[in-house]
Write a protein that binds this ligand. Structure first.
Ligand code: ADP
Length: 493
């Protein structure tokens, strides 16, 4: 059960809320209790001051003196300041109990909480004996239900110092605090129960899209990669998650489609040479008697087609390894002008066969760190294309030089050019601008992989390959490769 985020969220939420509620309740209970005690204390101090004033006034009253002295004055003051839950005791200057409120109203409320025993107790007498000039001398005494708060005050008269004790029962105060405590005892659990249930539903509601996404994602496979998760609100976190997931699916679908097309195109390209091989063999074998010349002719076709087949397979292998990032670059220090010269030598026979003249313009001393085999292959691909798509008697130019912080290699021909609407697609795999032409004009017509491989090689060397010009008067491809910042610092091997 704890494996569910919903349950864990609810439990954490309830635990934190419980802690907050208990702390808040304890804090407010303590604060309220303190304020109640302070109010009681200031109440009895004020009462004792008022009592003392009345007592003094009664003492100087001639009638009171005539009628019998301080006891009457004390009783008079008690009658005037009679409050529920409050009791008084007055001690004469000799420390003897002069009068108590229980003498006056024994069956009153204070009488029930403050008994005679308390007013005559040693604790009270002791408190009275210690009363000084401080009007706020306060003490908590046992007695009644829940204890008593007492204030002692010295009342100075011409006849000596009388001591007044005002007692206030703490029972109502304790009862109030008890009520508050009991309210907390049931209110906090009820609040937590509501919060827990509410929190659980809220968590369930919020996480419902995640559960929906999970079941939708589980149902997805290669066959229905075009399905997308439903995004209810693309502004919240879950919506963003679903959007990211959909974007991932889009990329996966595109890459699946690319792979599918690659395999389909590859098998299509391989089918043609295989069909030619079989056809040639079948035609030759169909007749028993063939001249040696006929057999040689057939074998030459078989050799050319198997060469073409091997070329396509090699190109496919290179591209799939490049896609997987598994083609190891064998980087060595070399000279670009030398690599270009070697490519020209290899292209010479192709050019001669078509009566095309090669015109190199190679700046000397161009050090580079590169995979010599791959760079040679890239240059030969471009030269091969330039020769392949140019009419006889024309010129193919190869320029190789340093331009600032990079090398520029330009292959320019005077061929038929590439139609403008096709120019953006020539780097796509298996793309051929004119399939019949490239197949018919040359025995080893490419499969449309040459430029893809050439571009990959340039990029693998942190450079690039672009078609920089193409019109009916000719085509130019430009390769850029990074040049070392200190040309003479390189140490060609
Ligand atoms: P291919 O093996 O068919 O030559 P590439 O990838 O090398 O494949 O080239 C793709 C297509 O670009 C070619 O089929 C051709 O139509 C066009 N192309 C490439 N280079 C040239 C060029 N120098 N002149 C005209 N068209 C070209």
């Amino acid at each position: 059960m704890l494996d569910s985020i919903r349950v864990r969220l609810t439990l954490w939420y309830t635990l934190v809320l419980a802690l907050a509620l208990v702390l808040l309740a304890a804090f407010s209970y303590l604060l309220y209790g303190r304020s109640l005690r302070q109010r009681t204390d200031s109440g009895i101090v004020e009462l004792s001051a008022a009592f003392a004033t009345t007592f003094a006034a009664e003492l100087v009253d001639a009638d009171v003196l005539a009628a019998g002295g301080p006891r009457i004055a004390a009783r008079q003051a008690m009658l005037e300041h009679r409050f529920e839950g409050t009791a008084y005791a007055v001690f004469d200057p000799n420390g003897q109990l002069l009068a108590t409120s229980t003498d006056l109203f024994p069956s009153d409320q204070p009488g029930r909480t403050v008994g005679k025993d308390v007013l005559a107790s040693d604790a009270l007498r002791d408190f009275a004996s210690h009363a000084g000039s401080d009007p706020a001398a306060l003490r908590t005494l046992p007695g009644g239900r829940g204890g008593l708060r007492a204030s002692a005050r010295s009342m100075v008269t011409p006849g000596g110092n009388y001591v007044l004790i005002v007692l206030q029962s703490l029972h109502p105060q304790k009862q109030l605090l008890g009520d508050i405590r009991h309210t907390f005892y049931w209110a906090i659990p009820v609040a937590l129960l509501f919060a827990c249930v509410g929190g659980y539903f809220l968590a369930r509601q919020s996480l419902a899209p995640v559960a929906a996404m999970a079941s939708q994602a589980r149902a997805m496979g290669a066959a229905n990669l075009h399905d997308r998760l439903i995004v209810k609100n693309d502004r919240d976190e879950l919506g963003q998650l679903a959007l990211s997931f959909n974007q991932l699916l889009e990329r996966l679908e595109a890459s699946f489609e690319q792979q599918r097309r690659f395999v389909a195109d590859a098998s299509h390209e391989l089918r043609t040479p295989v069909a030619i091989l079989r056809g040639e063999a079948e035609v030759t074998l169909a007749k028993n008697d063939r001249s040696q010349a006929e057999y040689r002719e057939t074998l030459a076709v078989l050799r050319d087609e198997s060469q073409r087949l091997a070329g396509i397979v090699e190109d496919l292998f290179t591209l799939t390894r490049a896609d997987a990032g598994q083609y190891p670059l064998n980087l060595r220090d070399a000279y670009l002008d030398e690599l270009a010269a070697q490519a020209l030598v290899r292209a010479r026979s192709l050019a001669a066969a078509k009566n095309i003249s090669l015109q190199p313009s190679l700046e000397p001393d161009l050090p580079i760190r590169a995979d010599e085999v791959l760079l040679g292959r890239m240059l030969l691909n471009l030269l091969d294309n330039a020769i392949k798509y140019s009419p006889p008697g024309t010129t193919v130019e190869l320029i190789c030089r340093r331009e600032g912080d990079h090398y520029a290699i330009r292959v320019t021909d005077q061929g038929v050019g590439i139609p403008p609407e096709m120019q953006s697609r020539i780097f796509e795999r298996f793309f051929r601008a004119d399939k019949s032409r490239s197949r018919s004009e040359t025995q080893s017509g490419g499969a449309g992989l040459g430029l893809s491989i050439a571009r990959w090689i340039a990029e693998a060397h942190q450079g690039g390959l672009e078609l920089t010009r193409s019109d009916p008067s000719g085509t130019r491809f430009t390769i850029t490769l990074p040049a070392p910042s200190n040309p003479h610092g390189s140490n060609p091997g």
